[in-house]
Design a protein around this ligand. Structure first.
Ligand SMILES: [Zn+2]
Length: 257
């Protein structure tokens, strides 16, 4: 295994100050990974966070795979749903699948199926992240023209939630996750780990206002997972989706996006 995976690009101190300490870390694997700290300005990130926290629970579904009959279950969240028999049965089967190395997951998410006039946190984020300026910024990070986003959602991981190893192949050209998690450290779980030959070679700890992008299409290995949350009363929050890019259009990369 190659141990030198990182290439850190530091921008000068003045720019660093102006740009709110933006740092782009790229891995040497043919520009597969991009991590941008302080992606939006802090006030903006706080407003988005507040919007998500205040989103009523019925916007969220506990998404469980597999359920009892190997099916995917999406349970609309309401007070006490975790105490229902059905939920507990699904969870038991789900846990067994996870322990037996089967693809499985359990976390809360929103869906991308609201009315056109909906102004919820998810719909606002969709509009913002699809705006011309934002698509341009994404394009300047990855050096390819980003033309649209596919299947976005807000995810919330709380105690025991997890996402087992999978590749994202077929979802889009690049995956992105905009992190809004606060007050976290790696021992709380919820780490995005990348795996090759059963070894972890890259780990991303949820950090507030950080954008992480990774390439899916035309790269040999994209296997990754989110480690199980080990703490009570804490939530890992992210806005996630996939970029569709126009491969024929190269964009000049900009370190100061
Ligand atoms: Zn909405």
């Amino acid at each position: 295994m190659n141990n030198i995976y990182f290439k850190v690009i530091k921008i000068d101190e003045n720019k660093r100050f102006k740009k709110n300490m933006i740092k782009i870390i790229k891995m040497s694997r043919e520009n597969q990974f991009y991590l941008i700290n302080n992606y939006l300005n802090y006030e903006e990130a706080e407003l988005i966070y507040k919007d998500i926290i205040e989103l009523p629970s019925q916007f969220f579904f506990k998404s469980i795979f597999p359920g009892k009959k190997d099916e995917r279950i999406d349970i609309r969240e309401f007070l006490g749903f975790q105490n229902t028999n059905n939920y507990n049965n699904y969870k038991l089967y789900n846990k067994k699948s996870y322990e037996n190395h089967k693809f499985s997951y359990c976390f809360s998410r929103t869906f991308d199926n609201h009315s056109e006039t909906c102004n919820c946190a998810h719909c606002k984020l969709n509009k913002y992240f699809r705006s011309e300026n934002m698509l341009k910024r994404f394009s300047e990070i990855i050096g390819k023209k980003v033309i649209d986003l596919n299947e976005t959602f807000i995810s919330k991981y709380s105690k025991d939630d997890f996402l087992s190893i999978h590749s994202d192949k077929g979802k889009g050209d690049y995956a992105f996750t905009y992190q809004l998690t606060k007050d976290w450290n790696p021992s709380h779980g919820g780490i995005l780990h990348f795996v090759e030959n059963n070894e972890i070679y890259k780990s991303i700890t949820p950090t507030f206002n950080t954008l992480f992008i990774f390439k899916i299409k035309d790269v040999p290995i994209t296997d990754h997972f989110v480690s199980q949350i080990s703490v009570d009363n804490k939530i890992r929050i992210a806005y996630t989706g996939w970029f569709i890019v126009d491969e024929t259009q190269n964009i000049i990369k900009n370190k100061d996006v």
